[in-house]
Design a protein around this ligand. Structure first.
Ligand code: NAD
Length: 482
């Protein structure tokens, strides 16, 4: 048997073994077979990485580097990502199962995030305070926080790390990243580019391994000043409890149960295509997946027919083939979770109108058919709980007030889509929906300028946009007696 490729961890500017010397397997979701091994970190490795980040914060010259120089390094990293886009896309497809054409589009766009934050480098500044005492002068300055811990999930490793890495660095922090144990490889490839860009040793570190003990010891480490977490609610609760030990600041990007609302005056073709892209893109494994579609009764049959017609043509298969439209789920556990929710949906009276099982022709790999349920109301567990898979719940509604109440009847508050022609209605409903992002006549549009984040069970804090800079900085007020 050929030996699998091995990935080490990156600490203090060096590729190193874990303290235990152990590795764990990472799997190709398209075949269900191990394709590489990743160093299995522990608390000792975390301490080494945090100490090196702390040391770099205090002594490497990183904090006192001019903003222009820091901006140049962050921009350089973006340029290197653009140069190595194809390799990065291929590794993430291999490790996570996301379509290669989707990954190519995503990695082509990633450098824009680094360029955006590099461009903000010399625009971060404090202000003078108009103190009402003649002999006093005061001003504020913006300072970095120190060591940032970034913890990411398996569904979009490169993108979700970029959202943390670029603003944290531009603000002058140092960082320890813990990628998901399911998908560490593409981030480790990106970190090779961090090394190439010439960041001082210790500014960026990666410890690979499992939530317990790596994520746990990282989020309870006394030298960590900020925790940027993307993942599930249970891990988030644990992390918030850990953060209380040292009062590290926390931002949480968690799950969603996002609605797509289609009013009677919407363009039915655009709405159907938007709903499909919103829920079946990345096989539904997206925090903003539009997993609930509310269709006005006057347009219900038309949109439903279009949904079923198009979904029945979706080509499922090898994520490396250009014509494939839906790849596998990223992990076996995720496949089993989706199957469990489909059976709950059936038990609770949902009508299965499409999919609901593994495709017959694909014996190997963790594939699942795009699945559509019809419900008469919003009460089933599958209309309330995040499935994180290709399962759409379709629910009818009669008027604006009713659909606002239905859309908001979830503990999540991340994203929403509205399909409508009446612009006044678009504004009213966008205002009334509890969500951090509302898309009108579009879905899943992203830009480095536009922040994402939610409320309720979807977490708190914002990533992306100008807002993210403030998540990684603190204000100092200086008083001068003249
Ligand atoms: P998860 O919470 O199981 O794991 C996320 C990360 O946390 C992993 O790196 C994991 O090792 C680590 N972790 C697990 N337990 C931990 C602990 N006790 N202490 C510290 N770290 C720990 O989530 P997942 O299954 O990898 O990801 C799926 C979830 O992520 C979904 O709920 C999804 O909605 C959410 N998500 C949110 C966004 C967003 O931007 N809002 C984006 C993508 C995914």
């Amino acid at each position: 048997m050929t030996e699998l490729k091995k990935y080490q961890m990156y600490i203090n500017g060096e590729w190193v073994e874990s303290a235990s010397g152990e590795y764990f397997d990472s799997y190709n979701p398209a075949t269900g077979e191990a394709w590489c091994q990743v160093a299995k970190g522990n608390a000792e490795d975390v301490d080494r990485a945090v100490q090196s980040a702390h040391n770099a914060f205090l002594h490497s010259g990183w904090v006192n580097m001019t903003f222009t120089e820091r901006g140049r390094l962050v921009r350089k990293l973006g340029e290197l990502i653009a140069e190595h886009a194809e390799e990065l896309a291929e590794v993430e497809t291999l490790d996570n199962g996301k379509l290669i054409r989707e990954m190519r589009g995503q990695v082509k766009y990633l450098p824009e995030f680094f360029y955006y934050y590099a461009g903000l480098a010399d625009k971060i500044h404090g202000r003078t305070l108009p103190i009402d005492k003649n002999d006093m002068f005061a001003f504020t300055s913006k300072e970095p926080l120190g060591v940032v811990a970034a913890i990411t999930p398996w569904n979009s490793p490169l993108y979700l790390t970029t959202l943390k890495l670029a603003p944290a660095l531009i603000a002058g922090n140092t960082i320890v990243i813990k990628p998901s144990e399911m998908t560490s490889a593409s981030l480790l490839e990106l970190v090779k580019l961090v090394e190439k860009a010439g960041f001082p040793p210790g500014v960026v570190n990666v410890v690979t391994g499992f939530g317990m003990p790596v994520g746990d010891s990282l989020t309870s480490h006394p030298l960590v000043r900020r925790i940027a977490f993307t993942g599930g609610s249970e891990s988030a609760r644990h992390i918030v409890r850990n953060s209380a030990q040292n009062f590290a600041q926390v931002s949480l990007e968690l799950g969603g149960k996002s609605p797509n609302i289609v009013f009677e005056d919407a363009n039915p073709d655009n709405a159907a295509m938007g709903i499909i892209a919103g829920i079946f893109g990345a096989s539904g494994q997206s925090c903003v997946a539009g997993s609930r579609a509310f269709l006005h009764v006057d347009i219900y049959d038309k949109v439903m027919q279009k949904l079923v017609d198009r979904v029945s043509q979706i080509k499922i298969g090898d994520p490396f083939q250009n014509e494939t439209e839906m790849g596998p789920l990223a992990t076996q556990a995720q496949l089993e979770r989706v199957e469990k929710y489909v059976s709950i949906g059936l038990d609770e009276g949902g009508k299965l109108v499409h999919g609901g099982k593994r495709p017959k022709q694909l014996e190997k790999g963790w594939y699942f058919e795009p699945t559509i349920f019809e419900h008469t109301d919003n009460k089933s567990r599958i209309t309330k709980e995040e499935i994180f898979g290709p399962v759409l719940s379709v629910i009818p509604f009669k008027d604006e007030a009713e659909v606002i109440q239905l859309a908001n009847s979830t503990d999540y508050g991340l994203a929403a889509g509205i399909w409508v022609s009446d612009i006044a209605k678009a504004h009213r409903v966008a205002k009334a929906i509890r969500a951090g992002i509302v898309w009108v006549n579009t879905y899943r549009s992203i830009s480095p300028i536009a922040a994402i984040g939610g409320s309720g069970l979807s977490g708190y804090g914002r990533e992306g946009g100008y807002e993210a800079i403030h998540e990684y900085m603190q204000d100092k007020v200086v008083w001068i007696n003249t």
